[in-house]
Design a protein around this ligand. Structure first.
Ligand code: SAM
Ligand code: SF4
Ligand code: SF4
Length: 346
């Protein structure tokens, strides 16, 4: 049995977001709007064996769900090998993937055979020109191929994640839900977050959950909330025709009280919150021969000392008019690339 730990707010450690690379083949304006980035040094990036070993320490403390993310995780060579390695650990009950979908069609069968459980694809618009504007790359067609390949390969439970941005895609919410029906996917709308620093965030662009429900209600009629599912960040809703969708109200209604997530960057920095500015270096002890007990003690102490409630704290700033722009200044981000969203996996 794993030893279960809780943090200072009595939150267990259940899920791990493992970032396998900080590189990306898109440049989404809410995540990587800059021209140049400082990348993690290649020699620091963990091998798959090291990632599996670290994951083992996390599962010893209660983690059972792992999500592979990035940057763009499918840029890392032979991701199915990592999935197979992670599944050798009996405590891992579910491995999911968050991807922008560009490289999915060509890898889908290998991912399925390796035992990947679920896929989430990020999709913010159904208009190729808008896609190019948002991501600064002309890859819409490949994303569509990626989405279509998922159900064909045998996966169920596909999710499409959309960052809802006022003045950008607020006129596409219905179209995205209708598209979701066609491809057997549940759409989840995420409120625009002021994480990282280079994100071009402003309060005015945040389309709140309440506003999304009003917009959707005008088209669909009565929208029923569905029962909450523990620590899941999305509130799910039911449309009159039985279609479901989700909203992740990370900015206006943070869910820090039930947050059971840890994040590990590709070079082994451990963050206990998406908004955390300090983390724990797990790579150095791992590479310098720390014993299993030492590693477990490090993780345990880190989680037991956790008092992070990043999104709630950011929200509290609103009252005094202090929530302006991103969390971290651009100069500081250049000094420490770990602070960016694309390094810690969203
Ligand atoms: N590249 C992959 C992708 O886009 O799916 C995985 C990594 S990406 C950082 C993970 C998720 O974070 C994506 O769904 C993306 O839309 C979301 N994200 C990035 N920046 C965000 C922001 N400022 N606000 C809300 N969501 C954001
Ligand atoms: Fe976009 Fe994901 Fe790449 Fe960020 S990491 S730029 S959200 S595709
Ligand atoms: Fe969890 Fe931090 Fe996000 Fe709150 S802001 S839900 S504590 S990761």
């Amino acid at each position: 049995m794993p030893v279960s730990v809780v943090d200072r707010y009595d939150r267990p450690l259940k899920s791990l977001r493992l970032s396998v690379t900080d590189r990306c083949n898109l440049r989404c304006k809410y995540c990587m709007p800059e021209q140049d980035y400082v990348w993690l040094p290649r020699e620091d990036v963990l091998t798959y064996e090291e990632m599996a070993t670290l994951t083992g320490y996390f599962t010893d403390l209660g983690v059972d769900r792992v999500r592979l993310t990035g940057g763009e995780p499918l840029l890392r060579r032979d991701l199915p090998r990592l999935i197979r390695l992670l599944l050798q650990n009996r405590r891992v009950t579910e491995i999911a993937l968050t991807t922008n979908g560009i490289l999915l069609a060509e890898q889908i069968e290998a991912l399925y055979e390796a035992g990947l459980y679920r896929i989430t694809i990020s999709l913010d618009t159904l208009r190729p020109e808008r896609f190019r504007q948002l991501t600064r790359r002309d890859e819409y067609a490949r994303v569509m191929e990626g989405i279509e390949s998922v159900v064909r390969a045998g996966f169920t439970g596909l999710k499409l994640d959309t960052v809802a941005i006022r003045g950008f895609n607020d006129d596409e919410l219905v179209a995205l839900i209708e598209f979701g029906k066609q491809v057997q996917a549940e759409v989840r709308f995420i409120e625009y977050m002021d994480v990282g620093g280079a994100n071009e965030w402003s309060q005015e662009q945040v389309l709140s959950r309440a506003e999304m429900l009003t917009l959707l209600g005008r088209h669909y009629g009565v929208i029923e909330p569905m029962p909450e599912r523990g620590a899941a960040p999305a509130q799910r809703y039911l449309l009159p025709d039985g279609t479901t969708f989700g909203i992740i109200p990370s900015t206006t209604t943070p869910f820090c009280a039930t947050c059971d997530r840890s994040r590990v960057t590709a070079d082994g920095m451990w963050y206990r919150c998406l908004y955390a500015t300090t983390g724990t270096d797990l790579r150095t002890p791992l590479r310098t021969g720390a014993s299993m007990d030492e590693m477990r003690a490090l993780l345990r102490a880190g989680w037991e000392g956790r008092s992070d409630r990043g999104a709630e704290e950011r929200k509290a700033l609103e009252r005094n008019g202090l929530r302006v722009g991103g969390l971290i200044g651009i100069e500081k981000l250049r000094e420490n690339p770990h602070l960016e969203m694309h390094a810690r996996g969203g």
